[in-house]
Design a protein around this ligand. Structure first.
Ligand SMILES: C[S@@+](CC[C@H](N)C(=O)[O-])C[C@H]1O[C@@H](n2cnc3c(N)ncnc32)[C@H](O)[C@@H]1O
Length: 158
């Protein structure tokens, strides 16, 4: 099994995520989400960000490498009555199940930064973002292993 996947499935990140719901909601409010926006949340966990994104009207797909967190996310979305928020398993460094230029906004909050091949992640994020769309992730990932350069120079991010 992919060791990255094995690592994240070993624990129960939901126990930590429970303490981050408020900050997740606050952060999502700063993303400028509007109704109908197609959002990909990469390394979404159980949806700390994805659920608030959907509550603001976005059409959200959460992708995470850990099966248990994908299941927890879908359960939480259902409990909140959010039919516009789906979770599925996937590896941020190879999103082969997603078509090119699909999303208006691709976000990853302390998620895809854990993937071992950061340049592949950067390329995949760019590939699935529609022309004129946005990609957002915290600075630590952009700084990691030169990904800062990949994002700022190759893809023109601020
Ligand atoms: C610190 S948690 C953050 C989860 C969520 N973004 C949040 O803010 O609550 C990191 C997440 O990244 C996921 N992850 C790690 N490596 C990944 C990869 N290669 N592809 C997709 N998800 C990955 C983990 O399973 C975990 O859910």
């Amino acid at each position: 099994m992919n060791p990255n996947k094995a690592l994240w499935e070993k624990g129960d990140f939901t126990r930590i995520a429970e303490s981050m719901r408020e900050s997740g909601e606050a952060l999502v409010k700063s993303l400028g989400i509007t109704k109908g926006l197609k959002v990909l949340d990469l390394g979404c966990g159980d949806g700390t960000m994805a659920l608030p994104e959907a509550k603001l009207g976005a059409d959200v797909l959460g992708v995470d490498i850990a099966k248990n967190l994908v299941e927890a996310g879908n359960k939480r979305a259902q409990e909140h009555g959010l039919t516009n928020c789906k979770f599925q398993e996937g590896d941020a460094s190879n999103l082969h199940e997603l078509k090119d230029q699909t999303f208006d906004l691709v976000v990853s909050i302390f998620g895809a930064m854990f993937a071992p091949k950061p340049f592949d992640v950067a390329n995949e994020m760019a590939r699935v973002t529609r022309p004129g769309g946005l990609r957002r992730m915290p600075r630590p990932m952009r700084m990691q292993a030169g990904v800062h350069r990949t994002f700022n120079v190759r893809y023109g991010l601020a």
